[in-house]
Each structure stands twice: as C-alpha cells, then as structure tokens.
Write a protein that binds this ligand. Structure first.
Ligand code: ZN
Length: 296
C-alpha cells in the first residue's frame, strides 16, 4: 500500500490516482496525514477493503511530506562503509545518531532555502514508525515500521563541522527545508526485498550517489532495536538511515549545491523527489556583546 499527502490531505495512492481517506472512510479516519500513524494497524485493515471508486488524479506538484510533523527524527551518520571511508572515519561499533529538528521537514517538490556556506546532499532511505517500540528485539524490528519513504539529509557542512567537538550536527542539518521527504510512503511488503532498496542522487544531470540499502552497516530493524533500547519510538517518528558514498563535500574537486542546481533523489519502488533552491540569509553571527562573559 502507498499513501501520500496531497494538498495537506491523506490519500491512498493507486497507480496514478488517489483516493481521499477521510471521504472514502466516511470520516472514520482523519484527513490529516500525521494522525494516521496512531491507528496504523486499523488503517491498514480498512485500506485492504476500502471502496476506491471515487479516485482522482495524483498531482505530483501538490504532494507534501507524507509525514509532515514527526514527533522525533533520528538520523544515523556514517552507516555505509564506503561513506565511512570517504569521511576519513573508522567503522562505528554502535550507530552514530543525531537529529534533524522536525521543523526542517519539507515536501518532495518544494523549493528549499539555500543559506549559503557548504550545502551538501545525502540521499537516504527513511523508515517511519507505525507501532510504539521500547526494548524491541532486532527480529521484531520490522513489525514496528509503518512504511518507508525517501529523504535527503541536506547538510550545511560549515555549521555542521564548526567548532571543537561536539560539533553542530543537529543545527547544520536542520536549516528550514533541510529534511525533504516523499514523494509517498510505501509499506514494506511492496518491495521485492525490503532490506535491499536502491537509492541515488543526481545533481544537475550528474549521478553523484548510487547504492543499495543492503550495504547499511546497521539495518532498519537493528536501528529500531538500538534506538528503542534508549528511548521509546512512537508512531509517526522518522529514522533517516544514513547516506552512501558520493557526497559533494569530500569530492575532489568539491561539488556542493548551488543556487542554479536541480537536485533529484531516487529510491526504487518509492519514486523520486526534485528540488530547486532559493537564497536566504546566513545564520545569525553571535557577537562578543551577545555572549555573556561569565565563565570561571
Ligand atoms: Zn545523513
């Protein structure tokens, strides 16, 4: 099953048509895409037998993020061996986790504000939680996933890597619009192999990243097990699972996202996102006068 957020309303996707969930369910389910994850099992059961005769065209330009207001976003760094190597880091023993703040979420075809600096691309498979998880064993990890979508972990490297450790990963990856997801959410059984999904990035016609999720160091169920051993994962939360090799920042020469670029992200079965950029101002520069001199 596929669901999308079209014009802010939850839709079942059937080929190139959509069915409005609130209307087709006679108001049993809300039109709000974020609310469905609290009732995911019930929704799945309904969707299997839903009356889908009142379909209308899928309008890609009207698609928003399939999960517009996640409570939590977990993002995993250095989760492909080839990306670990290009980053000059060593293979992690446990997942390296940061967040993208939820207000950075945007849709699959939106124009994204470009704050200058070193804006880079990271195509990623994104897992959406569909069932509360706490101390979930790895072999039950997939049972807690509602579906999968495609994401870009856009990153402004200057801010991300600024200052002495610990650096500003969370902020550098959370500029407004830096967490585009979409174009839809696809349930795991739709994939020929849910653990082996091709993902790629094309920047202004040039293939920059291409890999498969079977190369993940920590798989989706392993991430559910690890994260849920620390904090509860709740319906509608997101896990950005990490990016493969080919990012722009470590290329020779460097290839970052400019204002004239078109960024295309793809994932097998899920589809593609297309993004363009518009300038915005740089982060507020903290002055000496704004910093209290109260250290000991
Ligand atoms: Zn990433």
């Amino acid at each position: 099953m596929r669901v999308a957020n079209q014009s802010g309303r939850l839709k079942l996707v059937l080929g190139d048509t959509v069915v409005d969930v609130e209307a087709a369910s006679g108001g049993r389910f809300s039109s709000q895409p974020q609310e469905i994850f609290d009732r995911w099992e019930e929704f799945l059961a309904w969707a299997r037998t839903a009356d889908t005769t009142e379909a209308s065209p899928l309008q890609p330009s009207e698609l928003g993020p399939p999960v517009p207001r996640p409570g939590q976003i977990f993002a995993v760094g250095v989760n492909y061996a080839d990306h670990v190597e290009e980053s000059g880091l060593t293979l992690p023993d446990t997942p390296f986790v940061f967040t993208k703040f939820p207000a950075s979420i945007t849709g699959p075809y939106d124009t994204i504000e470009h704050p200058g600096g070193s804006v880079d691309f990271e195509v990623e498979l994104v897992a959406v939680i569909g069932k509360h998880a706490r101390h979930t064993p790895v072999d039950l990890g997939w049972d807690h996933i509602a579906g999968l979508t495609l994401g870009q972990d856009l990153s402004e490297r200057d801010l991300q890597l600024s200052g002495p450790p610990p650096q500003q990963f969370n902020l550098g990856k959370s500029f407004s619009g830096f967490a585009p997801i979409g174009p839809m959410l696809v349930t795991p059984e739709e994939f020929p192999d849910r653990d082996d999904i091709g993902v790629s990035t094309v920047l202004s016609g040039e293939l920059m990243q291409s890999s498969r999720t079977r190369h993940l160091i920590f798989s989706v169920p392993a991430l559910v097990a690890f994260l849920s051993s620390i904090v509860a994962l709740r319906p509608g939360d997101l896990i950005f699972t990490g990016t493969p090799a080919g990012i722009g920042f470590t290329r020779e020469p460097r290839r970052l996202i400019g204002l004239d670029d078109e960024l295309i992200s793809r994932a097998e079965v899920i589809g593609e996102m297309r993004h363009r950029f518009t300038p915005t101002q740089r982060p507020h520069p903290i002055t000496a006068a704004e910093k209290a001199d109260n250290h000991v």
